[in-house]
Design a protein around this ligand. Structure first.
Ligand code: ADP
Length: 187
């Protein structure tokens, strides 16, 4: 099962992706987590990525495409993967498609976790207080929403046109949203 979980910052895509990964017995891979680990370890990737992340910008495709390739070619990803936080641009979407096609695979479903913007802002500010992520300041949060609208939201249409998109109402409890996800996947 190759599943992409798509959603704005604060939509809960990471939480839902993790629950789904457990249910399906496939790994969830989040480029955001991999990047934060690289920043922590001060690898050259991390050093490069950090300045973009802290400004709420996407890490440029030139840097991310190698990471995505590494992820999708890793042994743990061979039986399917839940993609959380990527692809995030059209170039990344094309890269994912190509890498999967190389091994005769393809995306099975794209789940859009849909949450109204006022609710997203509320959640993000709450998380900023709770977790203290360095990119969760009000200014960076605003920037990340703008970047999502400009660079990632076009993927909604892209996957809709390919008949792959299912929109999940992202309001309610984690359990309620998870039930909708499972229902959408028919399991
Ligand atoms: P959120 O969805 O709340 O923004 P993520 O953990 O998915 O959280 O991403 C945090 C940051 O990491 C992004 O703002 C961006 O700078 C960087 N990032 C993560 N994934 C990608 C990606 N696929 N392409 C470019 N940048 C990415």
């Amino acid at each position: 099962m190759q599943i992409i979980v798509l959603g704005a910052p604060g939509s809960g895509k990471g939480t839902q992706g993790a629950l789904l990964a457990d249910r399906l017995g496939v790994p969830k891979i989040a480029t955001g987590d991999l990047l934060r680990a690289a920043v922590r370890d001060r690898t050259s990737l991390g050093v490069e990525a950090r300045s973009f992340m802290d400004r709420g910008l996407l890490v440029p495709d030139e840097i991310i495409l190698g990471l995505i390739e590494e992820v999708l070619r890793s042994p743990e990803a061979q039986d399917g993967v839940i993609m959380d936080g990527f692809p995030r641009t059209l170039a990344q979407a094309e890269a994912v498609e190509g890498l999967l096609a190389d091994r005769g695979s393809r995306i099975d479903r794209v789940l859009l976790i849909d949450v109204p913007e006022d609710e997203l802002v509320k959640r993000m500010l709450g998380r900023a207080r709770a977790e203290g992520r360095s990119d969760d300041t009000p200014e960076t949060i605003r920037k990340r929403f703008a970047v999502y609208g400009e660079q990632t939201a076009p993927l909604i249409r892209y996957y809709e046109e390919r008949g792959l998109l299912t929109t999940i109402v992202g309001l309610g409890t984690v359990r309620e949203v998870a039930d909708r996800v499972n229902e959408a996947l028919g399991r």
